[in-house]
Each structure stands twice: as C-alpha cells, then as structure tokens.
Design a binder for this molecule. Structure first.
Ligand code: BGC
Length: 315
C-alpha cells in the first residue's frame, strides 16, 4: 500500500510540477517578515501550490518568519542546513547576506532559490546550484510612469508645466525600491516631461509609515504636489489616507500610484481612489519558485534567473 502511495505521489509530482522525484523533498523556507502584506500572499500561495498542486506533504515543508532580522534569519538558514533539507527557498532580510548563504549552502550541497529580494549580480555569479526567481523591478517602475503618462494632463494637476512628485520608497537595500524609484521618474523624463522631486523618503514597505510620510509631504508642499509614487501598495494605502485627510481628491487634484495590485488597491483603482497600480504576480512568482526548487531537489542544475512579468493595472 505504501509503495502504491509512493508511486502515486511521484505520479502527482510528475503530472503537475514537471519533475520526477522518488521521495518528496524536504524544503526549508524563510520569509523576510510575515507582517508584510505582499509576502503574506506570496507565502500562502507558495505553500498551497507545493502541497495541493505538487503533492509535497505539509510535514516536509518548514516555513519560518525572518522577523525582519537578518541575524535571526541566518540562524534559521543554519538550522535548515543542519537538518539537511533538500532545497531552500529564501526571501532574505538583507540581500547583501546572499554571498555567505550561497557559500554555506554550496558547501553543504543544498540548492537555493532566492525570491523577492534580488541578490547583486556579483553574488549571482558565485558558484553553486542556486537561482533568483522574481520580477524585474525596472518594469514596474516604468509601468507606474506610463500610467501617469496616460493621463490627459500627464500628471501635471496644478498646471505649472512640471510634474511635481513625492516618492515614498521601500527599504532602499532592496533593488525593487531602487529601480521603482528610478524608473517611474525615468519614464516621465524619457517622454520629455519636466519633473521635480519635492520629497523622497523611505517608508520601508509599511502602510503606517506610508501614511506618515505622505501626510508630512502634503503639509509641507500642499497643492504643489501633483503625484505620489509609492514603491508598493501597502504604502499607497497609507498615502491614500493622508490624501483624504488633507482634503485632496485622487483623479481631480492629485495622482496616487502603487505596485503589487493588492485586492483592496485594485478595488480602489476601480473606484478612482488610486490612479493605478502594477500587478506583482505572487501566483506566477511562487509557482516558478516552487518549480525551480523541485527541479533542484531532483538534481537538476538551475538557470541563474527565472523572471515573471509585471502587469499594469488601471481603471
Ligand atoms: C513588494 C512589496 C514588498 C517587498 C518585500 C516587493 O516586491 O512590492 O510589497 O513589501 O517586495 O521585499
């Protein structure tokens, strides 16, 4: 009976996730922090896909909360290595710790799938069976800019001939924050628009910080503010509150942009409370990460990068 089950299990894995595995692998996963809205959707779908679609027994999967603390997360990773997991899926607290993780994992012969926080090109060139699965953050920034370009007034609500913007950034160590900040504005300047940065500060992907920063910027710059770019939707949700508190109206005297396409933000885009967002495809990314992990666990050599596209979301 056990044997039949094992055969069936292999069949399920082969049928759905493209790999033949004699035994279901042991998978160690750590997420930079469970409190992150987007990474919660990602994590839940990752586990659902691995268990329901790929047939990996839940007890083979360990998911840990890095609590936004790299020292704590490094201990978790050391624990996975000591437990001799077959593969690790890692959303690092600090992408700069990738090099030491790659070396440790390689020495232990354990493949690694990095997700969401892209390691540097230098670290990606190190030896070992590891990859990065993610979305190219340049694309999401460009899409935010293109949404502004698609408006009749091209984002110049106060009609002074310049797009005066506020930039609320994620954790700047993360390339998603760096590229979204750079490429949203680049799309505007590439199209020949005049822009002026009124305010730029880090909100660390956090809704409360997004609200505080937007409130500060709106108090300081008032009707000079044409556009508020947020590097993610959580901060845009906060910024929306600040916009409403300041008596401003999205679509009438200000634009508000996010990234992720959280369900509540898609709803706000529909209602005109947000100008637009960009789908950060947590389904596509979590499936690609799981597929890569299962391949690596089956002994295949990984490509260095697996990319998933962003999608523009407007009314
Ligand atoms: C998402 C953010 C999230 C961050 C975590 C980004 O790709 O857009 O919402 O907070 O990843 O690293």
């Amino acid at each position: 009976m056990k044997k039949i089950l094992a055969v069936l299990m292999t069949f399920v894995i082969v049928a759905t996730c493209g790999v033949a595995l004699a035994d279901a692998p042991k998978i160690g996963i750590t997420i930079y922090q469970f409190a992150d809205n987007f990474m919660t959707l990602y994590r839940e779908e990752l586990v659902r896909y691995l268990t329901e679609d790929c047939g990996i027994p839940a007890e083979n999967i360990t998911v840990m909360d890095g609590k936004n603390d790299q020292a704590e997360q490094s201990n978790q990773i050391d624990g996975f290595i000591a437990d001799n997991v077959d593969v690790m899926i890692l959303n690092l607290v600090q992408s700069s710790s990738a090099a030491s993780v790659i070396q440790k994992a390689d020495a232990a012969g354990i493949p690694v799938v990095f997700i969401n926080r892209e390691p540097s090109a230098e670290d990606m060139a190190l030896n070992g069976n590891f990859c990065y699965v993610g979305a190219d953050a340049r694309q999401s920034g460009t899409m935010q800019g293109n949404i502004v370009l698609s408006l009749d007034n091209k984002g110049d609500y106060n009609g002074n001939g310049v797009v005066d913007y506020v930039m609320i950034m994620g954790d700047p160590e993360n390339v998603d924050a760096q590229y979204r900040t750079e490429f949203s504005v680049k799309a505007l300047t590439d199209a020949g628009l005049q822009v002026k940065e009124l305010f730029k500060q880090r909100g660390d992907w956090d809704q409360t910080k997004g609200q505080e920063l937007a409130a500060t910027a709106l108090t300081q710059f008032g009707s000079d503010v044409d556009v508020i770019f947020c590097n993610n939707d959580a901060m845009a949700l906060g910024a929306y509150q600040a916009i409403a508190d300041a008596g401003r109206t999205v679509g009438e005297d200000i634009a508000l942009l996010g990234v992720d396409a959280l369900a509540e933000c898609v709803e706000m885009v529909k209602e005109g409370k947000m100008t637009g967002t960009v789908l950060n495809d947590h389904n596509g990314q979590s499936h690609a990460a799981a597929d890569a992990a299962l391949k690596a666990a089956a002994g295949e050599t990984l490509e260095k990068y697996y990319w998933v596209d962003y999608v523009m979301v407007t009314k």
